[in-house]
Design a protein around this ligand. Structure first.
Ligand SMILES: Nc1ncnc2c1ncn2[C@@H]1O[C@H](COP(=O)(O)OP(=O)(O)OC[C@H]2O[C@@H]([n+]3cccc(C(=O)O)c3)[C@H](O)[C@@H]2O)[C@@H](O)[C@H]1O
Ligand SMILES: Nc1ncnc2c1ncn2[C@@H]1O[C@H](COP(=O)(O)OP(=O)(O)OP(=O)(O)O)[C@@H](O)[C@H]1O
Ligand SMILES: [Mg+2]
Length: 276
């Protein structure tokens, strides 16, 4: 293990071992306290049918359920938002996740028309074609926008699904799925997220399926691991300070450094981090 590995794991708050029950309790308590602190009425999050939004949504639902039990007439809620781009191939998983969570309310907004209008406006203005890859980021940012519209309208805070195995690679769209008010699964790696879902009696297919951003039309359901050229096993091992092959560690560290701008606020004249 290198100093750099320890430095990155510390920065991303990863514990080499966790107790799933304690992590769940601590995070649900945090979600409850923060709601009470802000006076907001609950949380909202896009429900993709993937592991991360299943876990974050479940923790939020547990938090609002407990608040409602403790505060007569509290009216706290968790809103699960389906945000398909047209028809989603794993729609069944999204519905299973929503059932498992027992979401207070479900709203579906198809982002396809908005994404197409946005891309069309770009292409008409520039005379250039926006690549399929960049259209993927438009989808992520459109989903963010819908969650903020719902949040502002219903006085709900927007949740995000950033966690250590995603933060380490910067594998998210800046100001898209990377944007949120509260990040309930921050500091966990991918296998720790699975352990929490297991402890919560989640249907296993929701945390054993291959993680995918599913953003590119030309590569539907592209597994994150193929896009990254790295496995979550390797990323998780690295974050738990286990030994990983030298070339794997170098690749992780190179990507971590390259994506530092995503983990920082907008760079200003007062910042030094980029000079290192
Ligand atoms: N050094 C620097 N300092 C400050 N800003 C810098 C910068 N380098 C780029 N930037 C800015 O960042 C932008 C690039 O970042 P960004 O827009 O995020 O785009 P980018 O990182 O190129 O693409 C997003 C990646 O995340 C993946 N993703 C997205 C969404 C969800 C998921 C998922 O797992 O579900 C995965 C997606 O598949 C893709 O590989 C640049 O256009 C520029 O504006
Ligand atoms: N089709 C979708 N419908 C609703 N929300 C979505 C959709 N696609 C992405 N999102 C939102 O963007 C977030 C980032 O996607 P990401 O793929 O990282 O997480 P996930 O799908 O929950 O889990 P996994 O990484 O295991 O696929 C999701 O957690 C979810 O909140
Ligand atoms: Mg996904």
């Amino acid at each position: 293990m290198t100093n750099k590995q320890r430095e990155i794991a510390n920065a991303l708050k990863v514990k080499p071992t966790i107790d799933a029950g304690s992590e769940i309790r601590e995070r649900v308590d945090f979600l409850k306290k923060y709601l009470l602190h802000t006076g907001a009425k609950g949380y909202v999050l896009g429900q993709s049918g993937g592991q991360d939004s299943t876990l974050a949504g479940k923790l939020a639902q547990l938090a609002v359920n407990e608040l409602n039990a403790e505060h007569e007439g509290g009216g706290y809620s968790y809103m699960a938002v389906r945000l398909p781009y047209g028809v989603q191939s794993d729609e069944e998983d999204a519905q299973d996740a929503i059932r498992f969570i027992g979401a207070t309310r479900v709203v579906t907004v198809n982002v396809k028309a908005a994404v197409e209008a946005s891309v069309r406006a770009f292409e008409e203005a520039t005379g250039e074609k926006l690549s399929d890859f960049l259209r993927g980021n438009v989808k992520a940012r459109e989903r963010m926008k819908v969650q903020y519209d719902l949040g502002a309208h219903y006085r709900l805070l927007v949740l995000g699904t950033d966690h250590a195995a995603e933060a380490i690679t910067g594998f998210y769209t800046k100001h898209g799925d990377g944007a949120c008010d509260v990040a309930p699964i921050y500091g966990l790696n991918k296998r720790q997220g699975k352990a929490l879902l297991q402890a919560l009696d989640c249907p296993p297919h929701l945390y054993t399926k291959k993680p995918t951003a599913d953003l590119e039309d030309d590569k539907p359901g592209l597994p994150d691991e193929d896009a990254l050229g790295q496995t979550y096993e390797q990323l998780d091992d690295y974050l738990e300070l286990k030994s990983v092959p030298e070339d794997v560690a170098r690749k992780i560290e190179e990507r971590y450094d390259r994506t530092e701008h995503k983990r920082q606020g907008p760079v200003t004249v007062y910042d030094e981090w980029w000079k290192a």
